[in-house]
Ligand binder design. Structure first.
Ligand code: SF4
Ligand code: SF4
Ligand code: SF4
Length: 363
């Protein structure tokens, strides 16, 4: 049995968030396709690139699917809101301090809804440079109402959004050499052949990233301090707080989609949300194309799709991918430009911010 099956019920949405990676075409899963999946997975995660409460059969699905049910909504659809919240095991509501990037969101409307919500919910927020200063205040309002909180960093579709990001993709070992200047770098590079210590350091540290991204490293460190305060606040209110990481540690990576599948609203199946659609991602200080990785279609037998998935499963269980955040070649890598990585993996998870815990999702 699959552990988690994420179902993108619809790609329709009533909001227009600037960081959204939603595909341009609108599609919807049909009732029969969803019903046939009941019992196939332990957990059903009902959201994707679109607003699940806009699917007219949402209530039917949460009743019909056997297994643990997770729903994540943007909180701006009234129909079925309370009914779904009461029926599911985990109810997530995405929000922000204002609608500067989440166009169409009204925080006051979401808070009014929270007043009448019975049962538990988890508030989700995408952290940016713009909203971080006001995040502790928002977290306090949410914690006062007993909501758990999940904060994530953004996945940037372009350089403009990337400039609002709070993380540094390199490891902390990289960041701890922040005092480097060009003379220091030249010294290390020259010593590569003779000095074992420098050799060790030079293979671990992405000097180019450090020289170019000092301000991003400082920002990541400051963000951690604010997040620690929110963590203490959450503890004092007795609510859970899921926080993102702000540095990418290669040896701590873990795929949140292990033993899971993502079903697109057009019934195509991919291993995870990042591989669902071809899209541009601005990561590691440059834009790359992440190509969709399709394993099959809902019209096929699900057993066959699970078999196809297993070829990729071992790789992501062991995270047998390089971590591009620590690599000095990342700015112009031939492998990445050709849809693979330097371990010959195709597709590759070598830039996945979810695997590094920098991005978090409700799955
Ligand atoms: S609410 Fe979600 S799906 Fe809708 S525009 Fe925003 S990020 Fe995209
Ligand atoms: S590591 Fe990231 S890209 Fe790779 S399978 Fe997991 S979620 Fe998908
Ligand atoms: S895929 Fe390219 S950027 Fe990534 S680690 Fe390998 S050589 Fe470096």
């Amino acid at each position: 049995m699959i552990q988690k099956l994420q179902l993108e019920l619809t790609t329709k949405c009533n909001l227009s968030c600037e960081y959204c990676l939603k595909p341009p075409l609108v599609s919807e899963l049909d009732k029969n396709a969803v019903e046939k999946l009941s019992g196939v997975a332990k957990k059903f995660v009902l959201y994707g690139y679109g607003e699940p409460l806009l699917h007219e059969k949402i209530l039917h699905f949460v009743k019909a699917l056997e297994g643990e049910i997770v729903v994540s909504t943007n909180g701006m659809v009234d129909e079925n809101f309370y009914e779904v919240a009461e029926l599911v095991d985990v109810f997530g509501i995405s929000l922000d301090v204002n609608n500067a990037l989440r166009h169409g969101m009204e925080l006051s409307k979401i808070f009014r809804k929270l007043e009448n919500l019975k049962g538990e919910a988890i508030a989700q927020i995408v952290l940016t440079q713009d909203n971080l200063p006001n995040f502790p205040e928002l977290a306090q309002r949410l914690a006062e109402r007993g909501l758990d909180i999940m904060a994530t960093n953004l996945i940037a579709p372009n350089s403009e959004i990337y400039s609002k990001a709070l993380y540094f993709e390199g490891s902390r070992a990289n960041a701890d050499f922040l005092h480097v200047d060009e003379d220091f770098v030249l010294k290390i590079l020259k010593a590569r052949k003779s000095e074992p210590e420098e050799l060790k350091m030079s293979s671990k540290v992405n000097f180019c990233a450090l020289l170019e991204a000092k301000d991003r490293v400082q920002r990541a460190k400051k963000s951690e301090e604010i997040i620690e305060k929110v963590e203490e606040l959450a503890k004092s209110y007795g609510v859970d707080f899921v926080k993102p990481k702000f540095f990418g540690e290669a040896d701590q990576r873990d795929c949140p989609y292990k033993d899971s599948l993502f079903v697109r609203a057009d019934a195509k199946i991919s291993p995870c949300m990042p591989f669902a659609y071809t899209h541009n991602e601005f990561v590691n200080r440059r834009s790359i194309v992440i190509r969709e990785h399709i394993l099959g279609n809902l019209s096929e037998e699900i057993d066959k799709i699970v078999e196809i998935k297993s070829k990729f499963e071992k790789l992501r269980k062991e995270m047998d991918f390089p971590w591009c955040g620590d690599c000095g070649h990342v700015a112009g890598c031939w492998f990445l430009e050709n849809g693979m990585d330097c371990y010959a993996n195709k597709p590759s998870c070598s830039n996945c911010l979810y695997s590094a815990g920098i991005a978090k999702c409700l799955i």
